[in-house]
Write a protein that binds this ligand. Structure first.
Ligand code: PLP
Length: 369
């Protein structure tokens, strides 16, 4: 699905030098490369604060801790996402409240959010799934009206741009109260291990977030609150600082690959290609098709696999039907759009090194199935 090796080969000298310089410095934790990367990423995103941490899941958890959410508070999110989004909600003993998604963008259906707001609702976690932004402008208006926080899960959408009706543009993760991202190797800006970051324009929140990721410590060995130990290794920061320079090129390569898939699949009535909403760019963390009724997805995946082509289902089970959330008491039929997507989506290989020849071969095989 990804080709991290070829991507590395192209920037090997720079990456190797960055790694070696961290090893030479022996500043493995909180070294100067961490601060440099945070500054460079803040400038790329046009956001006041970037706080790095151990991974994207921690970024989400720490964000909810910093907002002071209390057990029993309700947090609205999507049932069609990676488990981490709702996992941290449950872990903090908050209550996940799911709202169904839009059948074309796969993101939260904003028209259904207000009906899910109760006096216990404290926050909304929109997920910019597969690389395009959720419709943030109406969501921000709802949040303001009901005095709710917004924590953006931008783990799949770093660099994606949301366009407001006044023409202004902001990057995914920098619009809500707080934004979160992941640097997991296969993400669009991936490191060589685990990593994550939190974004905010709020100075006070930034201070709190920095304390929480470092044991609730604001002055050395004085702990004002119960925090966690979640840091981005200096080695990973040095790698990311090199890769950040290429992020726009990586995004362009993904968009080009998506356009080629669209073209190659244009005449195929067995699949619906990704829809891009007019208010956002799409950075194609995944290129995800919807299969037409009657297409046997399992058989299709098997046939592709036999031809050496990986194809994946992100995600086979909606969160409300995951065993881990059985105690929440949801049933099949509660979120029909998410359920239908889980049964019909198929993601094709998508990465920065995909070329026309590979894509032609992939689509030829797909059309034969
Ligand atoms: C990857 C991902 C996460 C979690 O990030 P990790 O770094 O793997 O902890 C959370 N939400 C979404 C939507 C993701 O894709």
């Amino acid at each position: 699905m990804v080709d991290l090796k070829s991507q590395y080969e192209k920037i090997k000298p720079e990456i190797d030098a960055a790694i070696q310089s961290v090893i030479d410095s022996c500043a493995f934790v909180k070294g100067p490369a961490v601060k440099a990367f945070e500054e460079h990423l803040a400038s790329y995103l046009n956001v006041r604060h970037v706080i790095t941490c151990g991974n994207g899941t921690d970024a989400l958890q720490v964000s909810m801790m910093a907002l002071g959410l209390q057990p029993g508070d309700e947090v609205i999110t999507s049932p069609f996402t990676f488990i981490a989004t709702a996992e941290v909600i449950a872990l903090l003993r908050l209550t996940p409240v799911f709202v169904d998604v839009d059948p074309r963008t796969f993101n939260l259906d904003i028209s259904k959010v207000e009906a899910a707001i109760t006096p216990r609702t404290r926050a909304i976690v929109p997920v910019h799934l597969f690389g395009q932004c959720c419709d943030m402008e109406p969501l921000m208006a709802l949040a303001a009206k009901h005095n709710l926080h917004i924590v953006e899960d931008a783990c799949q959408a770093i660099g994606a741009e949301y366009r407001f009706s006044d023409g202004s543009v902001r990057k995914a993760g920098t619009i809500g109260t707080i934004g979160c991202t992941s640097f997991f190797p296969s993400k669009n800006l991936g490191c060589y291990g685990d990593g994550g970051a939190i974004f905010t324009n709020d100075d006070e929140l930034a201070h709190t977030l920095r304390g929480i990721v470092n044991h609730g410590m604001f002055t050395r060995y004085y702990h004002d609150m119960v925090g966690v130990n979640s840091r981005l290794d200096t080695l990973q920061a040095a790698i990311l600082d090199v890769k950040l320079k290429y992020l726009n090129d990586y995004i362009a390569a993904r968009q080009q690959a998506a356009a080629r898939y669209n073209e190659l699949l244009a005449a195929c009535d067995k699949v619906t290609v990704p829809h891009i909403a007019p208010f956002t760019t799409h950075v194609f963390h995944q290129y995800t098709l919807q299969l037409a009724a009657g297409v046997d997805r399992t058989a299709l995946i098997e046939k592709l696999k036999a031809a050496g082509i990986p194809a994946m289902v992100y995600y086979p089970v909606p969160l409300h039907l995951q065993k881990a959330f059985a105690q929440l008491g949801f049933r099949a039929g509660d979120f029909p759009v998410a359920e239908k997507l889980c049964a019909t989506v198929l993601s094709l290989p998508m990465h920065t090194e995909l070329d026309e020849e590979q894509q032609t071969m992939i689509v030829e095989r797909l059309l034969q199935c």
